[in-house]
Design a binder for this molecule. Structure first.
Ligand code: PLP
Length: 394
């Protein structure tokens, strides 16, 4: 079925302002999401914040149901938090490590996650090990299999890294984790909303995701999935009156479901709008979204590949809507500035976000494009013209 690009663009007000190729930074919100956000803020202004939250109880609950449909899990396995990193942290820091315990991760692991490993490794004596990559730069699942022993206490992977189009074989990694009964944490921040994610098919135990990127929800929202069987084993590093109940002067009880990973105070308007964004993505269909993004990014990669000065930097056999490249004799930041001056949004991804992967490849930074389904073929052509102009001017 043909993708209804006209409708997608008509429902994306930001399309008229600029060429937005920074969806891996933050996607443009569609009209239903913007409307939901504004409507709740208006309600808060009219009747009061607590009163508005009570009145919108069903809409808030719908967010959990929507995320559960998106990930194929139960609403009680979902925590909605202020960003993906905080969700990831609440799961990771709830785990207990001892000296000599092994944490296995990937070379393209996200900076915030790796900083957390380093902190825990310093405190506990646990060791961090990077699973080797295959010749295409993808996690080598066979090599992972050979690394397993009873000291491996966590396998923790970034599905799609922040610095390019690589899609790691999350399901195959999950199979190894499942076979050996090792907890598996997946950072799905850049993959959620651009490809199907089914926690059972992926065999994940914990998964973090953000609202603002390919799901096109508001900023300052994220979620954490934790498999029901694991929830009771994970006492979060931070608790409040929402995550736990103070049952007597010197006793508290942590709540049973994934709400234990949440805070009481939150941005209710953004929480509602996050749910609307998930339902909006589901209405388009995640398979249809993936097909459209894959076709468009293939087109852009082909065109970029035809420019002599451009070197594509995406790794992996399977590649998604994030496209990374460098330009000979022109720093990524200059490329991005030049395109910004021409009304095109994109970003620079720096080594500090994916240190191991970038260091191995001798890269300090790359130009990063994140295409979404509402981007058009015409925008790709205009982007290429503008890029050639920027390259020509040096
Ligand atoms: C791979 C990856 N993980 C995690 C994050 C952090 O997400 P958030 O800003 O919602 O915490 C990002 C953000 O760019 C990311 O690219």
């Amino acid at each position: 079925m043909k993708f209804d690009l006209e409708r997608a663009r008509a429902q994306t007000p930001g399309c008229t302002e600029r060429i937005h190729f920074n969806n891996c930074g933050a996607g443009l919100m569609p009209t239903p999401v913007i409307d939901a956000l504004k409507a709740h803020i208006d309600l808060e202004a009219r009747i009061g914040g607590y009163e508005a939250a009570r009145a919108a109880g069903e809409q808030v609950q719908e967010g959990y149901s929507a995320i559960a449909r998106l990930l194929n899990c139960r609403p009680t396995e979902v925590a909605i938090v202020e960003n993906a990193t905080r969700g990831w942290d609440m799961a990771f820091y709830a785990m207990r490590f001892e000296a000599g315990d092994r944490i296995l991760t990937c070379s393209a692991e996200y900076g915030s996650n790796y900083i957390a490993y380093l902190q825990v490794a310093r405190k506990t004596g646990a060791v961090i090990e990077t699973i080797p990559d295959d010749s295409r730069g993808t996690v080598d699942v066979q090599a992972l299999g050979k690394m397993i022993d009873d000291r491996v206490k966590l396998i923790s992977i970034t599905h799609v890294p922040t610095n390019g189009g690589l899609v790691n074989p999350a399901a195959e990694i999950g199979k190894v984790a499942r076979e050996h009964g090792i907890p598996y944490l997946l950072d799905a921040c850049q993959s959620v909303g651009q490809m199907p994610l089914d926690v059972d098919a992926l065999n994940v135990d914990m998964l973090s995701a953000t609202s603002r990127k390919y799901l096109r929800g508001p900023r300052g929202m994220g979620c954490l999935y934790v498999r029901e069987a694991l929830i009771s084993q994970l006492e979060p590093p931070l608790l409040d009156n929402h995550a736990a109940t103070w049952i007597s002067p010197d006793e508290y009880r942590v709540v049973d479901d994934a709400r234990r990973f949440e805070n009481w105070e939150c941005n209710v308007a953004a929480k509602i709008a996050f749910g609307v964004a998930v339902n909006y993505a589901l209405e388009w269909g995640i398979d249809a979204i993936e097909a459209r993004i894959t076709a468009l990014s293939r087109m852009l990669r082909q065109r970029l590949g035809s420019l002599e000065a451009v070197q594509l930097r995406d790794l992996g056999a399977r590649q998604c809507g994030i496209i990374s490249f460098t330009v000979a004799d022109l720093a990524p930041v200059r490329v991005v500035e030049g395109l910004k001056e021409r009304g095109i949004n994109l970003s620079v991804s720096r080594a500090t976000s994916t240190q191991i992967n970038m260091h191995r490849r001798g890269l300090e930074s790359v130009v990063r494009v994140g295409l979404h389904y509402y981007n058009s073929e015409d925008e790709v052509a205009r982007f290429m013209d503008a890029l050639e102009e920027v390259i020509g001017r040096g």
